[in-house]
Design a protein around this ligand. Structure first.
Ligand SMILES: *[C@@H]1O[C@H](CO)[C@@H](O)[C@H](O)[C@H]1NC(C)=O
Ligand SMILES: *[C@@H]1O[C@H](CO)[C@@H](O)[C@H](O)[C@H]1NC(C)=O
Ligand SMILES: CC(=O)N[C@H]1CO[C@H](CO)[C@@H](O)[C@@H]1O
Length: 696
């Protein structure tokens, strides 16, 4: 037989077989559960929820000890050496801090175990009493993890607070939990000393020694009512006065995590060791080949359950964690000194977590770069992209085998290098990732993106997409530790009897579901329920639908649905997700209320508008000036209408009027949460006059 014929026919046959099995795999299976009637699924591989992956391990403290004994010489915590800190002036005279950072310096599991034991003993020696709580209020870094594990070994509950949280929220969470010891970074000390009079219960501050900062500490040391010690001092004190560990039980509360709610004061979610362990165990079963060869780049806030769970998983697997920050992530990041390397290039991680907003930025950066190069480079990129796209879609007319290697070498290698070149799995969570971005990153990095869905209240448990699932826009089947149930939401018109797929409010049950909100019985009762079989369920307020293969898709949010004057319902989140695909939109908040029969939108435009204006020959002095021009608003509005049409939105769902706001919304400005979700109430208040104008 003609070898060429075989070469041509075999791939086609293979792909036909591949197509046949693709999409047929059942990843979630129906399960009989108690509680409110609904449609419930479980993970296809586990009949009952997983509680611990390891024989005899029931707490995070035991899990840490187990890994330290198994991998004593393996690198665990890595921190970059700081060479220098410089201030650079930009053309418009603003100054920026730039860092020159060196290689990673590592603590092995054995060394980390000693540091944890020392610090734990030091805390107790300092006077921290049994039953009192410790708060950690600092950026993500190695000492954060050491302090956390130290507290666990002494059965101390840790209160976590976002470093970017406002003053009110900070006071509230420290006071409510009666924290006596606060572990913080040097820049957080000043924030604390400003509110010291309102912190009745705080007695001790432990500050984390940072290179290159020195000023504020002595100031606080003299002026505050607290006992102030450095991290290194506490470690030393502990080393000289070593104590036995006082290990917690699985049901003891490990962490009280304050979540920045979209309204009002933050609520403290109480997580037991068992809760966290269930999530960690479940994720262990999902990332393929997770092990001691893995290197993880840590830069998201550890006060967020996504990061806390991810680092716990890495420790459980014996991997290495290198610490970085969002502002030093890549070679072109804001704080990286020109000509020096970003965290990803130096670390070359194999695993990373990311929130969608960061992946959107990577995508836009790559697109912009490719477009600005133009010519052959752009053509090559487009061809490579299309070929890979077809391959992932399961078409035999796509780039496989040698051709894939060729395109990887010619085109994608450079994109991969942005994140260090070795990424094999990306985990995205915190908010829904757009299908477009997921596909783009997936193709360019050649690595699967696992999308998870979970909440602080379920200890990040919920669903997680499997590595061989190449579809987009879905968040996967239930995690092995969770049951996921849909229940009718009559008012919103989502029913489990809907065709072609059941739809409804998402309710999550299992050992991962947390005990509730700290000292907030009323709110706890509202959203947590225990069924007649003793299983806890959390009512998420999110609306989802199950695909036939058992994967969940988030389609709406109960709270974000507004009834217009004439009675039509507008789902703000759904419309925003449809309109944000416009190339001119960086962020968008749709506003609708029962007093009008149309909606309006506040938009922070992307800087793509500048190139559009230049092309059109429109003169403008700066971005803010450009945003005010009538032609600009028209152009952006037209692009929204186009996106609305493509998403088949109704006319009443499409904003009739828009306003462009030149400043980006960041967690620091308080307009979005640390996970970059819109804080609708705050945005509405901040831009009240703009909204009034839109309705004038
Ligand atoms: C751990 O601490 C909590 C709170 O102080 C306490 O209720 C619990 O009994 C302790 N656990 C053990 C095993 O001592
Ligand atoms: C601190 O919390 C206590 C209850 O734990 C409350 O009575 C008090 O008013 C709170 N103080 C502040 C400043 O919030
Ligand atoms: C704390 C908690 O919610 N525990 C529950 C975990 O799930 C099991 C069933 O798998 C229940 O029996 C526990 O009560």
């Amino acid at each position: 037989m003609n070898p060429y014929l075989i070469a041509a026919v075999v791939p086609v046959l293979l792909s036909l077989i591949f197509q046949k099995t693709k999409g047929k795999k059942k990843r979630g299976l129906p399960v009989d559960v108690g509680g409110e009637p609904g449609y419930a699924l479980r993970n296809h591989r586990f009949a009952s929820p997983v509680e611990s992956f390891w024989e005899g391990v029931t707490t995070i403290a035991e899990l840490f000890e187990q890994s330290c004994k198994r991998f004593p010489d393996k690198a665990l915590l890595g921190t970059r050496k700081l060479f220098s800190k410089e201030t650079e002036k930009s053309q418009d005279g603003r100054s920026f801090e730039k860092l020159h950072l060196g290689k990673y310096e590592w603590l092995s599991y054995g060394q980390a175990f000693n540091a944890v034991g020392n610090f734990a003993s030091g805390l107790v020696k300092l006077g921290h009493q049994k039953g009192e709580r410790v708060a950690i209020f600092a950026d993500t870094r190695a000492e954060w993890q050491i302090a956390l594990q130290a507290c666990f070994r002494q059965n101390i509950t840790v209160v976590t607070i976002y470093a970017s949280l406002g003053e009110e929220a900070l006071c509230h969470s420290l006071n409510e939990t009666e924290v006596t010891t606060v572990i913080c970074g040097q820049k957080e000390i000043r924030k604390l000393s400003e509110i010291s009079r309102r912190l009745d219960t705080v007695k001790r501050i432990v500050w984390i020694n940072e290179e290159g900062i020195s000023n504020d500490v002595s100031l606080v040391q003299n002026a505050s009512p607290w006992i102030v010690n450095s991290f290194a001092e506490v470690e030393k004190l502990g080393k000289e006065n070593l104590l036995e560990a006082d290990m917690p039980l699985s049901t003891d509360i490990a962490v009280i995590m304050y979540t920045s709610g979209s309204t009002g004061l933050p609520k403290g979610v109480m997580m037991s060791h068992g809760n966290v362990l269930a999530t960690v165990s479940a994720v262990m079963t999902i990332v393929p080949g997770l092990g001691s060869k893995d290197v993880y780049l840590a830069y998201l806030p550890l006060a967020h359950i996504l990061e806390l769970a991810a680092e716990s998983v890495l420790i459980a697997a014996g991997g290495s964690i290198g610490y970085g920050s969002p502002l030093t992530l890549t070679d072109t990041s804001n704080k990286i000194k020109k000509g020096t390397k970003g965290d990803a290039s130096v670390l070359a991680p194999t695993l990373m977590t990311a929130v969608p907003a960061i992946l959107d930025r990577v995508r836009d950066g790559v697109r912009k770069n490719v477009n600005s190069k133009g010519g052959i480079a752009k053509k090559l990129f487009d061809i490579a992209y299309d070929r890979r796209f077809s391959a992932i879609e399961g078409s035999w007319f796509g780039a496989w085998g040698l051709e894939k290697l060729l395109w990887d070498f010619l085109v994608f290698r450079k994109v991969k290098a942005i994140l260090g070149g070795h990424i094999r799995f990306l985990l995205s969570g915190g908010a829904p990732l757009s299908g477009d971005t997921q596909r783009f990153i997936n193709i360019c990095l050649g690595a699967p993106i696992g999308q998870g869905y979970g909440l602080t209240e379920t200890c990040a448990g919920g669903t997680f997409s499997e590595y061989d699932d190449t579809s987009v826009g879905r968040v996967g089947p239930p995690l092995p530790c969770s049951f996921v149930k849909l229940i009718d939401w009559q008012e919103g018109g989502y029913l489990i009897t809907d065709s072609p797929t059941p739809r409804g409010e998402i309710v999550i049950g299992g050992p991962n579901v947390t005990a509730g909100y700290f000292r907030n019985e009323e709110k706890t009762k509202e959203v947590y329920k225990v069924d007649e079989r003793g299983m806890r369920w959390f009512y998420t307020g999110d609306i989802g639908r199950f695909h036939p293969d058992g994967c969940l898709e988030i389609i709406d949010r109960k709270k974000d649905i507004v009834k217009l004057q004439h009675g039509e319902y507008v789902s703000l989140g759904k419309v925003e997700a449809a309109l944000i695909v416009s190339p001119y939109v960086d962020n968008i908040m749709l506003h609708a209320d029962p007093f009008h029969n149309y909606c309006v939108a506040l938009i922070t435009p992307s800087h793509a508008l500048e190139s559009w204006a230049q092309k059109k020959g429109i003169a403008f002095s700066d971005f803010s000036d450009l945003c005010q021009k009538e032609e600009t608003v028209k152009e952006v509005h037209a692009s929204l209408l186009k996106a609305a049409k493509e998403a088949r939105l109704e006319k009443f769902e499409t904003p009739s009027k828009i306003i462009l706001l030149p400043e980006t919304w960041t967690p620091e400005s308080g307009l979005v949460t640390a996970a970059l979700k819109l804080k609708r109430e705050v945005i509405r208040k901040t831009f009240a006059t703009e909204l009034e104008k839109l309705y004038a």
